[in-house]
Ligand binder design. Structure first.
Ligand code: NAP
Length: 265
């Protein structure tokens, strides 16, 4: 059993808990925004990374990871297209040798009042934000169950808990992501696979550009955040490394809010 505290070498034991050396991760939506920062953070902790991107070139993100001495590959895919998903896991295992960590980060938001929300928008949001999470987790989960270890991190939202305004599809998808996190965690905890989620608060990325450009909404949001600022991509790196590492081995089905205190208000 590991010992911490006053024992000699405790510091290196602690470091080992968060060390991802020798592990391989898939991060979806890794070309920009939160996914790019998470991918770089996992690499800095020691992981090799498969960067899944759709429209954004991820060559710069790849170079950034290689500069850290880690391996990186870029896999292009629209995660809303179910037929593409199994290939992402397969390619990662073939090119990087194994799969230990899956970060389901890719996500879209469509802002229209519910009465006018088109079915196409609803469907697209559910395909990208929810259905891809199920299919990718299932495919990766099979590999992880077979090897007896693995970590899946789903990116949820404050709208995994609240209703939001003008985003019915997004809210439905993110509530479901929280539920799916718990459902998979219950089944796979005994198989050495931990599934948890991070619920970011209001982060300054393309996803929230419309809100930040709306002076009234922007002011109201900022006033409610106890930390007094929008979050940044960097705020998610520590929590992601923690949930990807052995430090979180006894966490199953948790939705971790990284929100500057928004949910407490
Ligand atoms: P973002 O800046 O808008 O980036 C979205 C990411 O998702 C991009 O990397 C994009 O890749 C990828 N993506 C979108 N559709 C895709 C598709 N069909 N196939 C593959 N990749 C796709 O958003 P973000 O803020 O980084 O958001 C990342 C995650 O955090 C999302 O799940 C979002 O819902 C969640 N989140 C964000 C906030 C926030 O305040 N920003 C708060 C809570 C939760 P391409 O550029 O290649 O299309």
């Amino acid at each position: 059993m590991r010992r911490f505290g006053a024992t000699k070498g405790a510091r290196s034991e602690l470091k080992k808990l968060f060390d991802l050396t020798g592990r391989t991760a898939i991060v979806t939506g890794a070309g920009r925004g939160l996914g790019r920062a998470i991918a770089a953070g996992l690499a800095e902790a020691g992981a090799d990374v498969a960067l899944v991107t759709n429209r954004t070139p991820a060559d710069e993100a790849k170079r950034e990871i290689e500069a850290l001495g880690r391996k990186a590959i870029v896999l292009q895919a629209d995660v809303g297209d179910r037929a593409k998903l199994a290939g992402l896991v397969e390619e990662t295992v073939v090119q990087l040798g194994r799969l230990d960590i899956l970060v389901n980060n890719a996500g879209i938001i469509r802002r229209t009042p519910a009465a006018e929300h088109s079915y196409d928008d609803w469907q697209e949001v559910l395909d990208v934000n929810l259905n891809s999470v199920f299919v990718l987790s299932q495919t990766a989960g099979r590999v992880m169950i077979a090897q007896g270890s693995g970590k899946i991190i789903n990116i949820a939202s404050m709208l995994s808990f609240q209703g939001g305004i003008n985003v019915p599809g997004y809210t439905a998808s993110k509530h479901a992501v929280a539920g799916l996190t718990k459902a998979l965690a219950n089944e796979w905890a005994s198989k050495g696979v931990q599934i948890n989620a991070i619920a970011p608060g209001y982060m300054s990325t393309d996803n929230t550009e419309a809100l930040r450009n709306d002076p009234a909404r922007s002011k109201a949001i900022l006033e409610r955040i106890p930390a007094g600022r929008w979050g940044s991509d960097v705020d998610l790196v520590g929590p992601a490394v923690f949930l990807a590492s052995s430090a979180s081995d006894y966490m199953n089905g948790h939705v971790l809010c990284v929100d500057g205190g928004w949910m407490n208000r």
